[in-house]
Design a protein around this ligand. Structure first.
Ligand code: GUN
Length: 296
C-alpha cells in the first residue's frame, strides 16, 4: 500500500509556477493578482482564505481579500464583483463558499467574469469542461488529476466511482475523467444511490467527496483499489489543544491495508487545491494579457 502524499506534488507545481510566473512578469510587467471575497467568520473558510493568501505571497502574486459581515447584502457583493470584473489589475476572482443562506450563491458566482473565474464554477467554464475544451477547471479536481499523473496511476479503461455530486468536486472530476486522454469509465453515486456498497466495491479508483467523516469502511472497497479521499472534516478531539482533528470521508486506518494506494487526510488532496488555484490565477493572468495584447 502506497500513501499518496500531496506535498511533493504541490511542491512540483509551485516550482513550475515560480518559473512560469517569473517569465510572465518579466515579459508583461504585470504581477498576477487574485481577489478573494470572504463573507462571515466560519473558521474553516477563514483558514482556507489565509492559506490562499500565503500561497500568493510565496509566488509573489498580488492579492486582496474583501471581508464582509455575515449580514452583507447581495447588492453589495454584486457591485464589488462587477468592479473587480472591470479592473484590469485583477486577474482572478474567488468567492469563498459556503455563503450564508440569504445570499443567492448561483447568482453571485455567475456574476464573476468567466475569464477571471479561477474556481471554474461559471456555467461557461463548466460547459467548456464538459465539452472537453477546459480553460479554468475547478481547483480540487485539477489537483486530483495532478496527483494521478504524478503517481502514474493509469485511468484509461479503469472504472472510476465518484461518491458525491457537488459542483466543486463530484461533477467536475467525473466530467474530466471520462474525457479523451483520461479515458475512464465513470460512475457517479450520491445520497440517493441504492446499494452504494455494491457499486463502490466495483471501483478500480474510488473518489470520495461527501463530507461525512470516516464514512467509507473496508466493506465499500475492492481489494487493490486506489482511493482518493477529498473529505476534510473537523471532528471533536478533546486530546488536541485546538479541540478537534481533521479526518477524511474514508476510514483511512481500516481501509488503507486493502488498497494499492490511498490519499491521507490531512496531507493528501487538500494540499493540492491551493496550488491549483495559483495555477489558475497565473493562467487567467496569461490569457488576459495575451488578449489585451491582441486587442492593442
Ligand atoms: N469552499 C470549499 N472549497 C472551495 C473551493 O474550491 N472554492 C471556493 N470558492 N470555496 C470553497
Amino acid at each position: 500500500m502506497k500513501t499518496l502524499w500531496g506535498k511533493p506534488v504541490a511542491e512540483a507545481v509551485y516550482l513550475q509556477l515560480e518559473e512560469e510566473s517569473a517569465r510572465f512578469i518579466k515579459s508583461t510587467n504585470h504581477v498576477p493578482h487574485l481577489a478573494v471575497v470572504l463573507v462571515g467568520s466560519d473558521p474553516a473558510s477563514s483558514s482556507y482564505v489565509e492559506m490562499k493568501e500565503k500561497a500568493c505571497d510565496r509566488l509573489g502574486f498580488d492579492h486582496a481579500t474583501y471581508r464582509f459581515d455575515e449580514s452583507v447584502s447581495e447588492a453589495t457583493l454584486l457591485s464589488l464583483l462587477s468592479k473587480l470584473n472591470d479592473d484590469p489589475v485583477v486577474d482572478g476572482i474567488l468567492v469563498q463558499l459556503p455563503l450564508p443562506d440569504h445570499l443567492d450563491t448561483t447568482k453571485i458566482l455567475d456574476t464573476i467574469s468567466p475569464q477571471k473565474d479561477v474556481d471554474g464554477f461559471h456555467p461557461i467554464n463548466v460547459g467548456n469542461l464538459l465539452l472537453g475544451n477546459p480553460s479554468l477547471v475547478p481547483c480540487t479536481p485539477l489537483g486530483i488529476l495532478k496527483m494521478l499523473e504524478y503517481y502514474e496511476i493509469e485511468t484509461s479503461g479503469k472504472h472510476v466511482v465518484v461518491v458525491g455530486r457537488s459542483h466543486i468536486v463530484g461533477k467536475p472530476i467525473a466530467a474530466l475523467l471520462f474525457q479523451k486522454g483520461w479515458d475512464a469509465t465513470v460512475t457517479i453515486c450520491h445520497s440517493k444511490t441504492q446499494n452504494l456498497r455494491d457499486i463502490t466495491s466495483l471501483a478500480d479508483i474510488l473518489i470520495v467527496a461527501i463530507g461525512k467523516p470516516l464514512f467509507i469502511t473496508p466493506d465499500y472497497v475492492k481489494e487493490g483499489a486506489v482511493i482518493i479521499d477529498v473529505g476534510i472534516n473537523r471532528v471533536e478531539d478533546a486530546g488536541r489543544s485546538r479541540g478537534y482533528r481533521l479526518v477524511g470521508d474514508v476510514d483511512y486506518e481500516r481501509v488503507a491495508p486493502k488498497t494499492t494506494a490511498i490519499t491521507p487526510v490531512p496531507g493528501g488532496v487538500g494540499v493540492m487545491t491551493v496550488a491549483m488555484l495559483m495555477n489558475n490565477t497565473l493562467q487567467a493572468a496569461k490569457k488576459g494579457r495575451n488578449e489585451a495584447e491582441i486587442l492593442a
